[in-house]
Design a protein around this ligand. Structure first.
Ligand SMILES: Cc1cc2nc3c(=O)[nH]c(=O)nc-3n(C[C@H](O)[C@H](O)[C@H](O)COP(=O)(O)O)c2cc1C
Length: 302
């Protein structure tokens, strides 16, 4: 949300990854059509669109967003959130490949039965919504690998070559990264946020909304602490709504005030020490993972 725009998605795809435009960052389906067109002008490589299905203060017109994605010729969609069936079936009926992102092995299996082409599984480390069961990737990824037949991406806490190597060893086909891509030259957010991620460590996040059973991992700041204090008093969501609304978060991202609203970030901030271009970051991750396999692992074997 807010960061998955054409420029960043195209940079990821041009560097050999699968960039994602996030549908709901755009205010309406026509704006999404324009954003997809911009991305198509910036890259001739495949990219995807994320459609997030989450409880929200005002539910968006999902069917119209889906139609914008289909009409624009996008070939890959990442769905995220609960009850994806209607969305998955619509996309699949148009031959679109669907990656469903989830936070539990049983949800991954249910998505597999639904006919998705791949899953992406977020461990507890992740930015955004980790679910309510607090299972870290070190357990979740191999547990899912034991049961799934379709390809799986490991998500949550990945930001360097060690993470990529670990994900492959645990049984994933690749990694999904959110927070790490936010601290790149191309990420469309104020420099203060990128620097804040460099200056933060692995303890710099809060889990808010736990008492509403809609946990969200965000960067710890004055607002996340205020939300936790209100939740700690057993008060309802209505009492925090003004603090957490998306428009407020966006104002902060634009003005550069990291304490203005809540903003999503994961524990992987503890592994972020610079602000490279996307191409530099991805080349480094792949090279470091290869070095681990060719030197460290092969050294162990000999
Ligand atoms: C700023 C930001 C916004 C995000 N917005 C969404 C979103 O709208 N929909 C979604 O499915 N995931 C969203 N995520 C979660 C990522 O897609 C991904 O699952 C997560 O970042 C992986 O964990 P990591 O940050 O440790 O890499 C967001 C993540 C970040 C950092």
């Amino acid at each position: 949300m807010w960061v998955g725009r054409a420029a960043l998605a195209a940079a990821v795809s041009n560097a050999g990854g699968l960039g994602m435009v996030t549908a709901l960052t755009q205010p309406d389906p026509d704006a999404l059509r324009r954003e997809i067109k911009s991305c198509q002008e910036l890259t001739d490589k495949p990219f995807g669109v994320n459609l997030t299905i989450l409880p929200s203060i005002d539910p968006p017109p999902y069917a119209a967003y889906r139609q914008a994605i289909i009409d624009s010729g996008v070939r890959i969609v990442e769905t995220a959130g609960s009850e994806p069936r209607e969305h998955v079936e619509h996309f699949k009926s148009h031959g679109i490949k669907v990656i469903h992102k989830c936070t539990a092995v049983r949800h991954a299996l249910s998505a597999e039965r639904m006919g998705v082409d791949a899953v992406s599984i977020d461990g507890f480390e992740c930015a955004g919504h980790p679910g309510e069961e607090d299972i870290p990737g070190l357990i979740m990824i191999p547990a899912a690998a034991d049961k799934l037949s379709i390809p799986m991406l490991a998500s949550g806490g990945f930001g360097d070559g060690r993470g990529l190597a670990a994900a492959l060893v645990l049984g994933a086909e690749g990694i999904n990264m959110g927070t790490r891509f936010c601290a790149t030259v191309e990420a469309p957010l104020h420099q203060n946020f990128k620097q804040h991620m460099v200056d933060s460590d692995e303890r710099s996040t809060d889990i808010i909304f736990r008492t509403y059973r809609n946990s969200a991992r965000v960067s710890r700041n004055a607002i996340s602490q205020e939300v936790l204090s209100i939740e700690g008093q057993g008060r309802p969501f209505a009492d925090v709504a003004h603090l957490v609304k998306g428009a407020r978060g966006l104002e902060g991202l634009i003005s550069g005030n990291t304490d203005h609203g809540i903003w999503t970030a994961g524990q992987v901030m503890g592994l972020i020490h610079d602000i490279p271009t996307v191409a530099e970051l991805m080349a480094r991750i792949v090279a470091d993972a290869e070095a681990i396999f060719t030197r460290r692992i092969s050294g162990m074997l000999s």
